[in-house]
Design a protein around this ligand. Structure first.
Ligand code: ADP
Length: 448
């Protein structure tokens, strides 16, 4: 095997002038020629050695001479680096046609000579560009005409078994020319078709590459805009905290010191102002949390999902006991994840599952985990009010809420934060729900 590899590499090294694979058909034509040389050289020994022995034995010195010429030419074609590929191809066809001539003149037209002529012409159609496909027909016509003349003027000895006159020769070889012409029309058509397909494929590849580049550019633009936006949200919400703190504390002072001077209306105004300030504080702190997500780096750790759920439950203890919510989970696996983001995700989902409960119905929440080869699929299912299916995507958009504040309190950022955390960890989040029956939120976490 190693010997065969060394032999192939040696020949391939002498053909460094053949085109690149992107050139399409010219490359494959050259490659086929090189492969032919690689295989023909050892295989020709099967014909050459017995040929040489028999020729010397029976005194067919022309065959012996030509066999040697063919062997030397093939070795040159295979191993010479200084001869150009075109010359090698021409030399190859000289060998094929020479062989056909010698076989015809020694073994007659019923010998393998005509087969060599046909095989040589088909090979020529394949190896040379389509526009030269008629060349083989012309060469065969010239060859057969001259050979006919040789027969006519007794320049070649006619074998016993042949129908030995010129007319029979032309009758036989007209079939060869006919087949040759058919191939010279059909084979280039096939090759041209292949070339068109290759060109189209290349064109598509180029277009795809351009689109991919555009996409990459757009992605990096979106990424940088996103970072700018996060930076803006961070700075704005951070800087808003201070004046807001002043408003809240002065409102509290006003209320405390001058409460006796206020009538009911003034007290109501101060209450609205404090309530507004409180809401603004919630929004600002949620915004700050949102803008912090991609800035924070975590270290993954091996955790029992059950322990994480228990931690979330203890964080939400008050809400759970106030609403008599029940949280059920079985057989939760051990996973390798970032703990803090996972707690944030579960806390947001469980909090919503309780918040959006049905009146007069105790909230029951199921937490489940499944896995495939690459990721964990975790679900949080509730028996709450459910979500209209037209809003499945909208609820993950920042500030998007489905209810007024007097029905359910909130800022509309919770699910946007959850989505951002999940996506930051390389996962996805979605919801399945039926109005009046409850919702199931699913999210995936990459195992690595
Ligand atoms: P918030 O709860 O502050 O309004 P979220 O981003 O957490 O903001 O939720 C967005 C909207 O999605 C909510 O206003 C609510 O209408 C809907 N929603 C979220 N979770 C649930 C749930 N478990 N059941 C029903 N509706 C929900």
């Amino acid at each position: 095997m190693n010997l065969w590899k060394t032999y192939c590499n040696k020949i391939l090294k002498n053909y460094d002038d053949f085109g690149a694979v992107e050139n399409g058909l010219p490359y494959w034509r050259d490659y086929l020629f090189i492969l032919t040389v690689i295989y023909i050289l050892p295989l020709s020994l099967i014909a050459l050695i017995p040929g040489l022995i028999v020729s010397f034995h029976f005194g067919f010195y022309t065959i012996a001479f030509f066999d040697s010429f063919a062997a030397i030419s093939l070795i040159l074609i295979a191993f010479s680096k200084s001869i150009s590929q075109l010359t090698k191809k021409i030399l190859f066809f000289i060998v094929v046609y020479g062989l056909a001539f010698v076989l015809l003149s020694t073994l007659g037209s019923f010998g393998p000579g005509l087969v060599y002529l046909l095989a040589g012409s088909i090979f020529m159609i394949i190896i040379f560009p389509s526009k030269y496909s008629w060349l083989s027909v012309i060469i065969n016509i010239i060859f057969c005409t001259f050979y006919g003349l040789f027969i006519e003027y007794n320049l070649v000895s006619i074998h016993q078994s042949d129908i030995n006159n010129t007319i029979s020769w032309f009758a036989i070889t007209s079939n060869l020319i006919f087949l040759n012409a058919v191939f010279s029309i059909l084979i280039p058509k096939l090759f041209d078709g292949m070339q068109i397909s290759l060109d189209k494929q290349r064109e598509l590849d180029n277009k795809l590459q351009i689109k991919q580049k555009d996409l990459e550019n757009s992605l990096s633009l979106v990424k940088s805009k996103n970072q700018e936006l996060e930076q803006f949200a961070y700075i704005a919400s951070h800087d808003l905290q201070e004046p807001l703190r002043m408003i809240t504390s002065y409102l509290a002072l006003l209320n405390k010191k001058y409460n006796s001077l206020f009538d009911e209306k003034a007290k109501q105004y101060i209450f609205f102002a404090s309530d507004g300030a409180q809401r603004m504080r919630n929004i600002i702190s949620d915004l700050l949390e949102y803008s912090r997500i991609s800035r924070t780096e975590y270290i993954p750790e091996k955790l029992k999902l059950e322990e994480v759920v228990k931690e979330v439950i203890s964080l939400q203890k008050r809400l759970i006991s106030e609403t008599e919510a029940e949280i059920k989970y079985y057989n939760l696996p051990e996973i390798y994840v970032y703990k803090t983001p996972l707690i944030q995700i579960l806390q947001n989902l469980i909090n919503n599952a309780i918040k959006y409960r049905k009146e007069e119905t105790k909230p029951v929440i199921y937490i489940n985990a499944n896995e495939n080869e690459e990721e964990w699929l975790i679900s949080v299912k509730d028996n709450g009010i459910g979500i209209d299916k037209n809003s499945f995507n909208k609820i993950f958009v920042i500030f998007h809420r489905l209810h007024s504040r007097d029905k359910f309190d909130g800022t509309g950022i919770g699910l946007a934060i959850t989505k951002k955390i999940v996506e930051n960890l390389g996962g996805k989040i979605w919801v399945e729900s039926e109005e009046g029956k409850g919702s199931t939120f699913y999210f995936t976490l990459k195992k690595q």
